[in-house]
Ligand binder design. Structure first.
Ligand SMILES: Cc1cc2nc3c(=O)[nH]c(=O)nc-3n(C[C@H](O)[C@H](O)[C@H](O)COP(=O)(O)O)c2cc1C
Length: 166
């Protein structure tokens, strides 16, 4: 099997951690994996499959991920692609997941040349935000959350080899 590229976009580091976990899971299964931020992937040559990890920001996929998908448009031809997105924060309830799923579905429509063999949305992680003294009198600060479900991430990663094999 050709090398697998696990490429990620991440600002806060939570998607990078999931990408690292996915890469380790695939390596443990005996596969050759290259793990890189999308900004350090000049070409897809030599890879048989690509696992892309990207968080949602302001209803869109991370800018680096969108640039990556556009930049390599032609090169995706013939490659197996799997995508995981991180998103839901807030209460992390079904409503939050539904909203983020809708955003992800809308986003993927903008890249019709990508036909993922596996697609997942995982809960996101966010630091506590503090709006400052005055605004805190009006708005409650958002507490830190981490809704990444590592069991679900593990199960998804373990199912990948079967889906991406040549
Ligand atoms: C400024 C900001 C905007 C965000 N906008 C969205 C959004 O529109 N939809 C969503 O599902 N998650 C949104 N999130 C949650 C992020 O996707 C989540 O925190 C993710 O884990 C961040 O990934 P990173 O740590 O790899 O950058 C937002 C987070 C921040 C900080």
């Amino acid at each position: 099997m050709s090398a697998i590229l696990v490429a990620y976009a991440s600002t806060g580091g939570s998607t990078r951690e999931v990408a690292e976990f996915v890469a380790t899971t695939l390596r443990d299964a005996g596969l050759e994996v290259v793990l890189k931020p999308v900004t350090e992937v000049p070409s897809l040559e030599g890879y048989g499959s690509v696992i892309l990890g990207a968080p949602l920001y302001n209803t869109l996929l991370h800018t680096d991920a969108r640039l990556f998908l556009n930049r390599n448009k032609v090169d995706f031809d013939g490659l197996k692609v799997a995508i995981f997105a991180l998103g839901p924060v807030g209460k992390g309830d079904a409503g939050d997941f539904k909203g983020s799923q809708r955003q992800l579905d809308m986003e993927l429509k903008r890249f019709p040349w990508i036909k993922p063999v596996a697609l997942a949305l995982f809960g996101g992680k966010m630091k506590a935000t503090d709006a400052g003294f005055l605004l805190n009198k009006i708005f409650k600060p958002t507490p830190a959350v981490d809704y990444r479900d590592w069991d679900a991430i593990k199960a998804w990663a373990e199912a990948l080899p079967e889906k991406i094999k040549d």
